[in-house]
Design a protein around this ligand. Sequence first.
Ligand SMILES: [Fe+2]
Length: 229
Amino acid sequence: MPKNNTKTKKVEREMTLEDLLVTKLKALYDVENQLVKALPKLAKKADHEDLRRGFERHAKQTEGHVGRLERGFDILEIRPQKLQSDAIRGLIADADWVIKNVKGDAALDANLVAAAQYIEYYEIAGYESALAWAKLLDMVDLADLLQETLDEERETSDELMELAIAEVNERALGDEGMGEDEEDKGKEDEKEDKKDKKDKKDVKNGKVEVEEDEEEEEESEEEDETPEL
Ligand SMILES: [Fe+2]
């Protein structure tokens, strides 16, 4: 026999789309507040001036995102509340790892962009879902607020990637970042240079006679065949 049959089972109603929207706003509120603290750290570590300015600008924008979410809670007539997002804490922890472990200014910049892109895409995904639900629920004012923030997140992500492709990644590539083919070619050039120097030295010391190589002979033959005008 079951020991305790007297416990009343808690009956929970199914969640509505509005419930999901509120839950998402609370999670985004936590995300944005976490980023208000984290983004200035990324800005401080960025070496490239445009990257640093970009992070600083987005840190300021993020304060605005917090404000917009608070206006959103106002519209829904609920008090602003955070729902802890483990994901954003993980992404920020990854960015902290990059700051601590990636050596060299150029390499760090390239990896800061990569870390920030994870964060931006995560935010974009959250706002896209929230916006779709707000639209479906005909919450026009809330949808407008979410759209404004979503546009800024997308713009930031695009700017970061453009800067990475145009400058930051190239700087990280540096001299050591040559591809295998280029590296092999570099070694060959170096060998040839050494051989040339040795040959010249030998010629100077009278050790060898200078011989025209085959290519030069061919060239001279071709020249011989050219009729005089
Ligand atoms: Fe944001």
